[in-house]
Write a protein that binds this ligand. Sequence first.
Ligand code: NDP
Length: 480
Amino acid sequence: MLHLQNYIGGALLAPLSGRYLPNIEPATGQVFSQIPDSDATDVARAVQAAEAALPAWRLLPAEDRGRLLVRISELIERDLERLAQAESQDNGKPVGLARVVDIPRAASNFAFFGTAAQHFASETHFQEGVALNYTVRHPLGVVGCISPWNLPLYLFTWKIAPALAAGCCVVAKPSEITPYTAFLLSELCIEAGLPAGVLNIVHGTGPGAGQAIIEHPAIKAISFTGGTKTGEHIARTAAPMFKKLSLELGGKNPNLVFADCDLREAVQTSLRSSFANQGQICLCGSRIFVERPIYEQFKEQFLAGVAQLTVADPQEAGSRQGALVSEAHLQKVLSYIALAHEEGGTLLAGGQRVRLDGRCAEGYFLQPTVFEGLAPDCRVNREEIFGPVVTLTPFDTEKEALTWANGTEYGLAATIWTRDLNRAHRVAHELQSGIVWVNTWLHRDLRTPFGGMKSSGVGREGGLEALRFFTEPQSITVKL
Ligand code: NDP
C-alpha cells in the first residue's frame, strides 16, 4: 500500500501524530493509498520551514526563481504519463483527459509564471519638478494555497506557481480526496532543487489541516478554490485577521445557443462543456438555453452525441466518461436527479448509476444525464450539482435568455453561440459572469484574469492579477 508523505522543509515527512487516512480509487471503490492526517502541529512545522526559507527566496533574482519553476515544469512534462495515470486513478477521470488537459496545463502553469516574474513591473508617477513617486511590490510572505479535487494538479499549481514566482513561500493543501499528484509534485520539487521550505505540502482534511492553515497568524494570504460554503467559512475566519483572500468558488454556468450559430460546432462543444470530467469542472455549462427555432434540432443532435459518451474504466483508452470522485458525491448528484423528477423535469437521457464489470464493479459511475421541461428558476437550475447533469430549455428572446442566464447567485463562466458579432458583444457585456466564451469553451490564455462574480468568488487569478495578489504595493515618494 502506497503511503504518501507531507513535504515540509524540503523533506518527505510522516505526520507528527502518525495518523493516516485511506485514499480511495473512485473507479474501483477500493483503498489504494494512505495519506497523512495532518493537524495544526504539522502546519506549524510547515509555516516555520516557510518562514526560514523566505528571506533568501524573496531576495533571489526573479530570473533564478523562474529557472527553478521552469525546471519543475520540464519534470512534469517528462513524467506526463506517470502523472496522468496517477491523476486518473486518484480522481476517476479518463486517463486520456488527464494526458491532454490536467497534466500539460499543470506544466504550463510553472513555465508561464516562471517566465512571467521577469516581466512583472511596477509603476512610477512622476510629478514634474516636484516629486518622483514609485511603487515597489513586495512579496506578501508566507501564503496558504488550498485546492479542490476536480482538477487536482492543474488547480494546485495554478496557485502555487504564481505565489513562488512572486517571491512568497507557500504552505499548500490539496484535497484529501485527490492528494496523489500533489505528493508526486513534491518529489519533483526535490529533484528540481527547489530550496527547502520554499514550498510545503501538507496533506489532510479540510477541518484539520485546512483549518489550521487559514487560522495560522503567520500566513498572510489564502488563495482558495472550492465550494461557496467553504469559501464563506474561510472568509469569516481569515478576514478578521486581515489576511488577503482570493476565493474561486462554485458556479452554475449558462450556455446560450442562438439560432444563427454554427450548430454542429455548438453541439460538439456543448457535449464537452456539459460532460468533460463527468461534469465536475467549475466551468462546465450545466444550463443550456437554446433559441426556439433550433431547439428540436439541437436536442436531437445533442442526445445523439450523449449516446456516444461511453462510460467505462477511466484507465481504458476509449473511456469518455470515468467515475465520479466519491460515493458521497455520486449520492449528492443522484439526489439532484431525483429532485429534477420531483420538480417536473422530463428525463431525456441517462439518470442511472452504472455498474461496470470486473475491477470497476464497485466504482462510482453515472450515466450522462439530460433533462428538459424544468423551470429556469427551479432548484435544479439554480443550485450547483457539479456532475454529469444538464438541463435543456428553449428561449424566445435575447432578453429572456439573459434574465435566465443571470438568474442564479453564481457568476463564474458563460458560453455564447452565435455568428452575430454585435449580439456576441452585447450579450457578453450583459452577462454577470467573470468569464465569457464566444463560440468556444475552456479556451485558455494564462494572461487573462480568471474568476467569478457574485457568489462565485472574490478576486482574480491568472497572469498579472495573480502576481499582484501575491505581492503588496508600497508607494515611495521622493521630493525633488
Ligand atoms: P470544498 O470546498 O469542499 O473543498 C476545497 C478545499 O478546501 C479542499 O482542499 C478541502 O479539503 C478544503 N477545506 C474544506 N474545509 C476547509 C476548512 N474549514 N478550512 C480550510 N480548508 C478547507 O470543495 P470541493 O473539493 O468539493 O470542490 C468542489 C467545489 O469547488 C465546487 O463547488 C466547484 O465549483 C468549486 N471549484 C471552483 C473553481 C473555480 O475556479 N471557481 C474551480 C474548481 C472547483 P478536503 O477536500 O480535504 O475536505
